[in-house]
Design a protein around this ligand. Structure first.
Ligand code: FMN
Ligand code: ATP
Length: 182
């Protein structure tokens, strides 16, 4: 897997998936695998576009689930070709919808895959519809746990905070968290 900062990667074609991806939990894994299968179908590289730190860690001081080296390792294991780690700070977060779309144009996405309710750009003003106007954007269905609740990084952070470690592992789909945060 090759790693870039934002505005560095240029590709003739790609399939792209975007998000904070803190934890690379079962929802993230399903989304990345779907994007990977589409990339294989078109015989183009898969690009994961993610943020360092995750916006909720930056804005809301939430605890980080996955360090940068762990995230890299998990993405590599999922067969990702390229990852963009955009340095997320006040300046980056003030970019407008069109700036972000212009940057994505550098990798010529055949398809963009995100999860339900994905948003981006200053004040979270960009929507899946904006991505779909510029490219072809698809929404992966929400992955839930067996009880029906949607899996999210926020939920896993809450479970860990309440020492519900086994449940957190089941939503993460692995227990490496224990090895790295013991
Ligand atoms: C250019 C850009 C600017 C953003 N600015 C903000 C912001 O001002 N406030 C905010 O809470 N999130 C901001 N975000 C984060 C997004 O709203 C969102 O959390 C991020 O794209 C990850 O999506 P996900 O949480 O569905 O993975 C920004 C994202 C991008 C790409
Ligand atoms: N349960 C899920 N099923 C399918 N897609 C998901 C799921 N959770 C997140 N995604 C998608 O994965 C990408 C990364 O999401 P993000 O990192 O915001 O996840 P999150 O778990 O909702 O995080 P947080 O709880 O911190 O907001 C986004 O495109 C998002 O829409």
């Amino acid at each position: 897997m090759k790693v870039f900062q934002n505005n560095q990667l240029k590709l003739e074609q790609s399939v792209v998936t975007i998000g904070a991806f803190d934890g690379i939990h079962r929802g993230h894994q399903a989304l990345i695998k779907k994007a990977k299968s589409q990339a294989e179908l078109y015989k183009v590289p898969l690009v994961v576009y993610t943020f360092d730190p995750p916006p909720k860690v930056f804005f809301q001081n939430q605890p980080l689930l996955t360090s940068l080296p762990e995230k890299r390792k998990f993405l590599e294991e999922l067969g990702v070709c390229y990852t963009v780690f955009a340095s997320f700070d006040e300046v980056y977060a003030s970019r407008c919808v069109q700036d972000f779309i212009d940057e994505l144009s550098d990798v010529n996405p055949k398809e963009i895959w995100v999860g339900p309710g994905f948003n981006f750009a200053k004040g979270k003003s960009g929507t899946i519809a904006d991505l779909d106007n510029a490219f072809k954007a698809y929404q992966h269905p929400a992955v839930t746990c067996p009880e029906g609740e949607v899996i999210s990084s926020t939920r896993i952070r809450n479970l860990l905070q309440h020492k519900e470690v086994e449940k957190a592992y089941s939503l993460l789909g692995r227990n490496q968290y224990a090895l790295n945060h013991a």
